[in-house]
Design a protein around this ligand. Structure first.
Ligand SMILES: Nc1nc2c(ncn2[C@@H]2O[C@H](COP(=O)(O)OP(=O)(O)OP(=O)(O)O)[C@@H](O)[C@H]2O)c(=O)[nH]1
Ligand SMILES: [Zn+2]
Length: 209
């Protein structure tokens, strides 16, 4: 299966505000879908549904209109060149095959650039959100987060691990609730087996709070 970045989704080209959501068109499509399913889109409970769904999709796919470079543009010089890990970042994304959610956590570890500049911790979680709020496959979400940290932050090493349950596997199709998919992407110095093992053990350690 091809999980590379599809044409037209390059972040630099996309930029902020290049894509806007055509709510009327989305709502009309949802109305058509309801008709195709044999529903009555004019009954009381459904009459506002097409526009509601259009707005909900706008939020769910907000990452299509956000620029990861901008999120990582604010950095702090704290002269730190050791491993930093933000773990258990909640992930809500949408499977691009069925347009149903997949949900779980991401753990992101990185070794800052040589100049010791780091990004704010919340920006790591924001970065995950930008890529999660797009039609996705889990593999691409994982590699995009890793590549953004190298590209925009100059990280010398990155390890991203994502663990999710896909509702397209739980509530329909093969119907295997509880099955978890784990993906990882490793870059630079974190390819070193000892450094990678240290990062992995910290990501797996129980959180003491
Ligand atoms: N690799 C990968 N596959 C995914 C992801 N999300 C969903 N899928 C899979 O995408 C595949 C699509 O397969 P198809 O045979 O085209 O679609 P389908 O007939 O609906 O398949 P079933 O889900 O098996 O019923 C399924 O096997 C899904 O489990 C993902 O993030 N990564
Ligand atoms: Zn799916």
């Amino acid at each position: 299966m091809d999980v590379s970045t599809p044409p037209g989704t390059d972040d630099i080209e996309r930029g902020d505000g290049l894509l806007t959501v055509d709510r009327e068109r989305a709502a009309a499509a949802v109305r058509e879908l309801l008709l195709a399913l044999g529903e009555d889109p004019d009954r009381e409970g459904l009459v506002d549904t097409p526009m509601r769904v259009a707005k909900a999709f706008e939020e769910t796919f907000a990452g299509l209109r956000q620029d990861p470079a901008e999120i990582l543009s604010r950095t702090f010089s704290i002269d730190h060149d050791e491993l930093i890990i933000v773990k258990d970042i909640e992930v809500y994304s949408t499977c691009e095959h069925h347009l149903v959610p997949f949900h779980g956590v991401a753990h992101v570890g990185y070794i800052p650039a040589k100049d010791g500049r780091v990004t704010g911790l919340s920006k790591i979680a924001r970065l995950v959100d930008v890529y999660a709020r797009r039609p996705q496959v889990q593999e691409r979400l994982t590699t995009q987060v890793a590549d953004a940290l190298v590209q925009h932050l100059g990280a010398q090493g990155v390890l991203v691990v994502v663990e999710c349950e896909h509702l397209c596997m739980s509530m329909r199709g093969v119907r295997k609730p509880g099955a978890t998919t784990i993906t990882s992407a490793v870059r630079g110095q974190l390819r070193d087996p000892a450094t990678r093992a240290e990062a992995m053990s910290l990501m797996k350690a129980p959180t003491s709070r």
